[in-house]
Ligand binder design. Structure first.
Ligand SMILES: Nc1nc2c(ncn2[C@@H]2O[C@H](COP(=O)(O)OP(=O)(O)OP(=O)(O)O)[C@@H](O)[C@H]2O)c(=O)[nH]1
Ligand SMILES: [Mg+2]
Ligand SMILES: [Zn+2]
Length: 295
């Protein structure tokens, strides 16, 4: 005899189990995954809306994952509104290649992007100008935080922006994602690691993805850092250009222009007028080459 089904969303996954927060009662229920879903090779993601069933033996089992509004494979999150991309200005310095791929994935998944640059206390003017050289032609909102007297004000501003949304933090390891969450939500108490220890242990501090509610509404997801990521497989040679938001694709002579060597290419003109950052264009070409190698 089946008990009543529970509707909720996944807030945490550990060792094959998933914590589901009930939409009705707000209770957190630890669940396993029904064999059928496992057979279908569906991997649950944090943020997934699910239906849970209590088995006769009392165990809770996720038996259905509702259709996703959007989905990221790495980090594995679903149904998100906002991506907060976190890069440190120094120690480690920002990796613009990784940033480009993350931005393309966010555009593809149609999520709002916020860029956070941390450790401004450890960085000089050169670090800031490198970031500007890359981003000036885009209109991504950008926040700079560090351990300094401006910190509380900046943290407050970022938190205000995230109220009412489901957001996730993503970026390389050691850039201060968990530190940011703890600053915005002190009850979160995410584990924070020292860079030197990370290198010694050869692993990341945050090892699972976890969703933490914001008191004023919404939730933030902490994710483990990474050293490299791949472009999503659905991003193809002809469509890559649409995920560079400052590109004026409509202006080219040919609809299928990939802004390489085609005549009357509007992007080339934008480049000449410096309306596109040469850095961003360079990364675009690198990714374009990768999409070619896939076939
Ligand atoms: N000086 C300085 N250190 C910072 C700042 N933000 C974070 N840190 C330090 O950076 C180190 C890494 O911080 P974490 O929050 O663990 O980084 P993370 O991005 O969560 O790392 P992973 O979980 O491995 O992905 C810790 O020693 C933090 O104290 C900052 O603004 N300034
Ligand atoms: Mg962390
Ligand atoms: Zn073109």
């Amino acid at each position: 005899m089946n008990k009543e089904k529970i509707e909720g969303f996944i807030i945490k996954g550990i060792g094959g189990f998933y914590d589901v927060k009930s939409t009705d009662t707000g209770e957190t229920i630890r669940c396993s995954l029904r064999g059928l879903l496992r057979l279908k090779n569906i991997t649950p993601a944090i943020g997934d809306h699910v239906i849970v069933n209590q088995e006769d033996d009392g165990h809770y089992v996720i038996e259905e994952i509702k259709e996703r509004r959007n989905y990221f494979l790495r980090p594995p999150v679903a149904n998100v509104d906002t991506a907060v991309l976190v890069f440190s200005m120094n120690n480690p310095p920002p990796n613009f290649g990784v940033m480009t791929k993350l931005l393309v994935q966010c555009e593809y998944n149609k999520v709002e992007v916020i860029l956070c640059f941390t450790k401004s206390d450890l960085a000089g003017e050169k670090a800031l100008s490198n970031i500007q050289d890359y981003l000036y032609a885009t209109d991504y909102p950008m926040y700079i935080v560090g351990f300094d007297e401006e910190r509380d004000r900046m943290i407050h501003e970022i938190r205000e922006r995230l109220i009412g949304k489901t957001s996730f933090l993503a970026g390389p390891s050691g850039t201060g994602k968990s530190t940011l969450i703890n600053a915005m939500i002190p009850e979160a108490q995410m584990e924070i690691g020292e860079i030197s220890k990370k290198v010694l242990r050869g692993r990341h501090t945050t090892r699972h993805v976890e969703l933490v509610p914001l008191e004023a509404g919404g939730a933030i997801v902490d994710t483990p850092g990474f050293t490299s990521i791949e472009l999503g497989e659905n991003i193809e040679r002809e469509t890559l250009k649409y995920y560079f938001r400052e590109f004026d694709n409509a202006g080219c002579k040919f609809n299928d222009c990939v802004h390489l060597n085609e005549p009357n290419c509007a992007i080339k003109k934008q480049l000449e007028r410096k309306e596109i950052s040469p850095q961003r264009y360079k990364f675009y070409l690198q990714l374009l080459e990768k999409t070619e190698n896939k076939y």
